[in-house]
Design a protein around this ligand. Structure first.
Ligand SMILES: [Zn+2]
Length: 118
């Protein structure tokens, strides 16, 4: 999997998140995850391989990236966001990241990380 076309940072409101790509992200308890956001350190991590250790396709990697971006967006606007349930927040993030990912791929929209200051 080449990661040349994937951004290495993204500015979300006031924070520039570094984006790290790793083979397989694991939770502390040993479960596989596709991506995660570290709000304190300003870092997004994305798995390049799936739970079976096979390469994930670029579209799915982008979808995970959008998923984590929307987690960061929701975190940033947390006080205005009126959903108490983590489940519905996860559903909303899934819906939004999938929609934006499809729109970007269908319209040839991509990011150039060198254009982002910070
Ligand atoms: Zn999530």
């Amino acid at each position: 999997m080449k990661i040349n076309n994937l951004p290495n940072k993204i500015k979300i409101f006031d924070t520039v998140f570094r984006i790290k790509y790793v083979d397989r992200l694991m939770t502390d308890s040993g479960g596989y995850i596709r991506g995660t956001v570290h709000y304190i350190s300003g870092e997004i991590e994305i798995s390049l391989k799936d739970h079976k250790n096979c390469d994930r396709c670029e579209t799915l990697i982008w979808r995970t990236l959008w998923h984590e971006i929307f987690h960061a967006v929701l975190d940033a606007i947390h006080r205005d966001y009126n959903t108490s349930s983590e489940t519905s927040k996860e559903d909303l993030v899934c819906m939004l990241s999938s929609a934006v990912n499809t729109i970007c791929f269908d319209n040839g929209i991509s990011f150039k990380s060198e254009n982002i200051n910070g």
